[in-house]
Write a protein that binds this ligand. Structure first.
Ligand code: NAD
Length: 448
């Protein structure tokens, strides 16, 4: 199954079109124009799939994508340029060069939570680096998947990029094929399956996974500011964000004030009845709603807690947690934020280190020594001091996990590198052939 898709990609790759930088730029230009032209339809599809307000979808998906394409088009000539390197004198006369080459045909598997951005941002990097791509959007964001399939078919040559819609069965069939690279964004559980399947063809993988990302609020922090930025970053897309703060670690002295300020920020952003706010996205489906609502039956609710199953909405909610709380077992991926207190910074650091390495870490503090200690002691993919989420908005910063939160990076130059092979070639002169390296070796070791 699907072998014809790979054949079509190979045939297109063999035309040499993707090897030409001018064609790659043209393709990205067409994609940019198509995204602008179909902006309304795409934002509408995201609203149907996740109940996101069009502003939020632009802020967190379409706007970032357009920025990434602009940055890539502006810089890809430099990224793709051959890099001449000096050679050791021993090899005189010679010169060497490292040239980024496309990998070939790559598979991109996307999740449902930012279905536009997380499907197309890796694709932009794959095209910039000269690859053909097969794209598998998530079946849980069907409106966006359909809109993407049509958009890509309209703006790019068939064979360069192909979209396969479907669920587990289709993805598994694709994973049986010998792609040159697999770029997977999704859960750690499925990431392991992807890597296992990829190993059969020795296909390299980039895994963009999730995890429990801590958010530490130290007593010197600007508490009202911290509250606003935590509420924004956590309840964006109803908490269904891979880098959302998964749990709060708050220094005991500032907990009451932080809770007051968080309540104030929630009311300011979503009104006194958040379940009816058009700015609060919904949970993706009933299965996830039931999983999340189940937490509320087991935990002490500090703030919020209202749910509407028919609308798949859960109000922004804070719960009191201990290490053994159900909310501290797995990534929450919804609008529920467990809160724990700590007394010393060492306690907070050692707490975060009990979990697998997270995708993100956030720290709110005004003290440099606290910042230095936490950043040095805690492994994590990327993060912010005195903010949440925004580290992924810069195309100049590589984005990716570490350990259980993933492997490999993308965004801007890092994405180009992920989809390139750096081919190193020495070109040797023929007019001189120093015999020192050849046998017989006899006493040559003594000369070194
Ligand atoms: P998921 O792993 O369930 O699905 C991701 C993709 O894999 C989908 O396209 C799906 O069709 C496919 N898939 C699902 N089960 C499969 C199986 N058994 N075999 C083969 N393919 C399968 O993830 P999700 O629920 O769509 O997304 C949520 C997860 O993704 C969270 O853990 C989140 O943290 C993570 N995530 C990570 C990033 C990141 O950039 N690191 C971004 C977004 C989401």
């Amino acid at each position: 199954m699907h072998t014809e898709i790979l054949t079509a990609a190979h045939n297109f790759y063999d035309t040499g079109t993707t090897r030409r930088l001018s064609e790659r730029r043209r393709a990205l230009g067409h994609l940019y124009a198509a995204l602008q032209k179909h902006k309304k339809g795409l934002l509408g599809a995201l609203q149907l799939d996740l109940g996101k307000s069009p502003f939020e979808s632009y802020e967190t998906e379409l706007g970032l994508l357009l920025q990434d394409i602009g940055h890539t088009v502006k810089n890809m000539r430099q990224w793709a340029a051959p890099q001449p390197q000096p050679m050791p004198f021993l090899h005189y006369p010679s010169k060497s060069c490292v040239t980024p080459e496309p990998l070939g045909t790559v598979l991109i598997i996307a999740p449902w939570n930012y279905p536009l951005l997380l499907t197309l941002q890796p694709l932009v990097a794959a095209i910039a680096a000269g690859n053909c791509a097969v794209v598998k959007p998530s079946e849980y964001a069907p409106h966006t998947a359909r809109a993407l399939k049509k958009l890509l078919a309209d703006c790019l040559p068939a064979g360069w990029v192909q979209v396969v819609c479907g669920g587990v069965e289709e993805t598994q069939a694709l994973l049986d094929l010998p792609f040159d690279h697999i770029f997977f964004t999704g859960s750690t559980r499925v990431g392991k399956l992807v890597m296992e399947k990829a190993s059969r063809h020795l296909t390299p993988v980039t895994l963009e996974l999730g995890g429990k990302s801590p958010c530490i609020v130290e007593k010197s922090a600007d508490i009202p500011l911290a509250a606003r930025r935590i509420v924004w970053g956590k309840f964006l897309n109803a908490g269904q964000t891979c880098v959302a703060p998964d749990y709060l670690l708050v220094q005991r002295q500032v907990l009451p004030r932080l809770l007051r300020e968080v309540a104030r920020a929630i009311e300011r952003f979503y009104g006194s009845d958040p379940l009816h706010s058009p700015d609060l996205a919904r949970v993706v489906n009933a299965r996830h709603f039931d999983r999340l609502a189940g937490y509320l039956l087991k935990e002490e609710v500090l703030l919020g807690g209202d749910c509407d199953r028919a609308a798949l909405k859960i109000a922004p909610t804070l719960v009191r947690a201990t290490e053994s709380s159900p909310t501290m077992e797995d990534e929450i991926f919804g609008p529920i934020l467990p809160v724990q207190v700590f007394d010393t910074l060492d306690d907070a650091i050692s707490f975060t280190r009990r979990y697998p390495k997270p995708l993100a870490l956030y720290l709110f503090t005004r003290r440099h020594d606290v910042r230095r200690r936490v950043l040095a002691a805690c492994p994590f993919g990327g993060g912010c001091v005195n903010d949440t989420i925004i580290h992924l908005t810069s195309p100049l910063l590589p984005f990716g996990g570490v350990g259980a939160s993933g492997m490999g990076q993308y965004h801007g130059r890092a994405g180009f590198d992920t989809f390139s092979h750096y081919k190193a070639v020495v070109q040797k002169g023929c007019w001189l052939d120093i015999p020192f390296r050849y046998p017989p070796y006899r006493h040559k070791l003594g000369l070194l």
